[in-house]
Design a protein around this ligand. Structure first.
Ligand SMILES: Nc1ncnc2c1ncn2[C@@H]1O[C@H](COP(=O)(O)OP(=O)(O)OP(=O)(O)O)[C@@H](O)[C@H]1O
Ligand code: NI
Length: 278
């Protein structure tokens, strides 16, 4: 449903040159990414801060800064996903749950904001209001939160509002950029389960997170990113035991660094040294 073929992104930055001139240079922020993302799948994109995860989301949505230099090819539903099509589909077939909470309109109360998201996706106003109400209830935003302005919401509430907005858009492709930051374990599980639910309805979900542990239980596939590069794309089930089904040392290291795997790691290294673990 979405293919990303040799996608490379460069962004300008200004470096001090001779004398007092500022010279424009180009930073390669995404380096030759090739991915195929199928309908019905949760595809997790995992990597440390600065790996390029959000820029990948912006590239797919067509929300990159105007100066960006992009090469490679994006295809959505077998057709090129160019700027015109991105504009047509954004907020309808393509939805982004943005990482930044400033995406909320500061002048509009929560309920109205979610209703607008439903209307923009083509629902008539009564239907949109009802859809908004259901989504707000689902993400446990109470009457007070529904009537609040963005600055009156906690970080976790604001994030759930953004998630509710993507939910009512009924998009075919949902990109969730760090949707669980600031949520308590119970809320986090609700959001992750809801994303899994969208995929189970045949939609496509890209789940961006720095936390492999939260992604694995709901993901079908995982792409590990580092410094703008795609380290590896693997089935979620390849992250198991001592990580030897993974191809790359960095993916293995991420897997073995998870708290629950600490024991396994210790056992393996002892085994390798020939020490018995009685
Ligand atoms: N508008 C921009 N102009 C120039 N460089 C940028 C711009 N946006 C991001 N970058 C750089 O691109 C790199 C990747 O940024 P990106 O926001 O995609 O990382 P990320 O993986 O989403 O990190 P995080 O987990 O912190 O959200 C970073 O080094 C960042 O400084
Ligand atoms: Ni990000």
């Amino acid at each position: 449903m979405l293919t990303i073929d040799h996608l490379t992104l460069q962004l300008p930055y200004y470096a001090h040159g001779h004398a007092s001139w500022w010279k424009r240079r180009w930073a390669t922020c995404l380096d030759d990414l090739t991915l195929q993302i199928s309908a019905g799948e949760v595809h997790a994109v995992v990597g440390a801060s600065g790996a390029g995860k959000s820029l990948l989301a912006y590239a797919i949505m067509g929300l990159l800064p105007p100066a960006a230099r992009l090469s490679g090819q994006l295809n959505y539903q077998e057709k090129p996903l160019d700027a015109v099509r991105q504009r047509q589909l954004r907020g309808r077939e393509l939805a982004l749950i943005p990482q930044s909470l400033s995406a909320l309109d500061p002048l509009v109360r929560t309920h109205r904001q979610v209703t607008w998201a439903a209307q923009r996706a083509g629902q008539p106003s009564t239907g949109a209001r009802h859809a908004a109400q259901r989504a707000l209830d689902h993400y446990q935003l109470d009457t007070q939160a529904q009537q609040a302005y963005a600055h009156e919401l906690s970080g976790g509430m604001a994030r759930r509002v953004l998630t509710a907005m993507a939910h009512v858009s009924q998009a075919q492709l949902v990109i969730a950029d760090e949707p669980t930051v600031g949520l308590d374990p119970h809320q986090r599980q609700r959001v992750l389960d809801a994303l899994r639910g969208l995929a189970d309805q045949g939609k496509t979900v890209i789940l961006i997170t720095h936390d492999l542990r939260h992604a694995l239980p709901v993901a079908d596939r995982v792409t590990i990113m580092r410094d703008g590069k795609q380290v590896e794309t693997a089935l979620a089930c390849a992250f198991q035991d001592d990580g030897t089904s993974l191809n790359h040392g960095y993916s293995q290291a991420l897997w073995l660094a998870l708290p629950d795997n600490a024991f396994t790691t210790a056992t393996i290294s002892k085994d390798k040294q020939g020490v018995s673990v009685a």
